[in-house]
Design a binder for this molecule. Structure first.
Ligand SMILES: C[S@@+](CC[C@H](N)C(=O)[O-])C[C@H]1O[C@@H](n2cnc3c(N)ncnc32)[C@H](O)[C@@H]1O
Length: 219
């Protein structure tokens, strides 16, 4: 069978995208190209290689090239995919929230170890963002109750989506507020936070994905 001249195979599309992404200095160019194509086709990444010569439809090609163009503009991969993996959970992320970092999983591990003898504790997660720490701890300790505070209402909406998607609504309560002000004299067993800590003067020197796209109040 002959193939229309404009048709692009999965492998061809990946190669084209990887070259474009590498050309703007993205180190993970090939993986990013795979993630984006897998997202457009609704497949796992490995499945792209099960039928590498299969042609993309014109619609798939258009959607893929749009995503690749946005990634070459350094929009973070996670915002394009709409999720990030954190401590074994797939969390929704949007430009309203900081993308959870792998280093923060260390904080979750510390808290899980600290709460080992207090599994039914009541704790607060201050500046919950997309709810990463709160959800990971509630998942790890089935009797834990988490009060998750966030100042940004758009971020709270994302956290709310994650809490519901993970079936944690009974044990993770989301609260709009500033630091610990919402608690008054209430007793908490532990307060955990991954607060903003990057000096404003340094932000412009960060990778463009961070300085140009992540919420300034989260940095
Ligand atoms: C570094 S991000 C951490 C997000 C999430 N906990 C994580 O680890 O991925 C800091 C978060 O704190 C929130 N935040 C900043 N100042 C705050 C304040 N005074 N009270 C409550 N939340 C605040 C920001 O909106 C942002 O979502």
């Amino acid at each position: 069978m002959t193939r229309a001249l404009s048709e692009v195979s999965r492998l061809g599309a990946l190669s084209e995208a990887a070259v474009a992404l590498a050309g703007v200095g993205i180190e993970s160019a090939r993986q990013d190209a795979e993630w984006l194509l897998a997202s457009v086709l609704g497949l796992e990444r490995f499945a792209l290689y099960l039928d590498p010569g299969r042609a993309l439809s014109p619609g798939e090609t258009g959607r893929y090239r749009t995503l690749v163009a946005r990634r070459t503009a350094r929009v973070p991969l996670q915002y394009l995919l709409g999720f990030e993996e954190f401590h074994g959970l797939r969390l929704a992320v949007t430009p309203d929230v900081l993308i959870p970092r792998p280093e923060t999983e260390g904080l979750v591990e510390w808290a899980l170890a600290t709460l080992r003898d207090q599994p039914a504790a009541i704790i607060a997660d201050i500046g919950t963002g997309c709810g990463a720490i709160a959800c990971a701890l509630a998942r790890g300790l089935p009797e834990l109750r988490v009060l998750a505070v966030e100042r940004s209402l758009p971020a709270l909406a994302v956290a709310s989506l994650n809490v519901r998607n993970l079936g944690l609504s009974r044990r993770v309560t989301l609260l709009a507020g500033d630091l610990l002000e919402v608690f008054g004299p209430r007793g908490l067993d532990l307060v955990i936070a991954n607060p903003p800590y990057i000096p404003s003067a340094v932000v412009a020197a960060l990778p463009p994905e961070v300085s140009g796209f992540e919420p300034r109040q989260a940095l």
